[in-house]
Design a binder for this molecule. Structure first.
Ligand code: MG
Length: 162
């Protein structure tokens, strides 16, 4: 493979964790007493993943393409936004080679859900699960992550010209 055909993208996102909302991470509903606040379903992991794809493709970021003050995206399923980001990359002649994610959440414990999230995201992005990983970290009790006020996600994606 020609190294010059490679593109790397980085995405990051954070949403507030509040009562009365469903918690959706990587397109998977996680049972918990709180959920993420946002205009869409607030899937922080898919938002970071979409921004990684868009970044690698040289596209505008997620918030520019799908503004959070646009009623069309109210309660949007973030899987649709993520698919749209992948489609933009594909339209630019790129394919996704691998994707790696870190989710920082003090609660709930995400370890029991990692495999399901990984499988769901691999299906969504149409790559082998061996090429997509999701790691769960805590905030060690410090900062807004550690106090359980927010969940954050960071995603790196590697794409190549087809
Ligand atoms: Mg977001």
């Amino acid at each position: 493979m020609n190294h010059e055909s490679l593109r790397v993208g980085l995405g990051w996102d954070r949403h507030l964790l509040v009562p009365g909302r469903p918690l959706v991470l990587g397109g998977v509903a996680i049972p918990y007493e709180k959920g993420l606040l946002g205009h869409s379903d607030a899937d922080v992991l898919l938002h970071a993943a979409a921004d990684a794809l868009l970044g690698a493709a040289g596209e505008d970021d997620l918030g520019t393409l799908f503004p959070d003050d646009d009623p069309a995206y109210r309660d949007a399923d973030s899987r649709d936004l993520a698919r749209a980001a992948l489609r933009r990359a594909v339209d630019r002649g790129l394919r996704l080679l691998s994707l790696d994610a870190v989710v920082v959440a003090e609660r709930p414990k995400l370890a029991p859900h990692r495999a399901a999230i990984r499988a769901a995201m691999a299906r969504l992005f149409e790559i082998d699960p061996a090429r997509l990983n999701v790691k769960a970290k805590t905030g060690e009790g410090a900062g807004p992550q550690g106090r359980g006020e927010v969940i954050e996600a960071t995603v790196v994606a590697l794409l190549a010209a087809r």
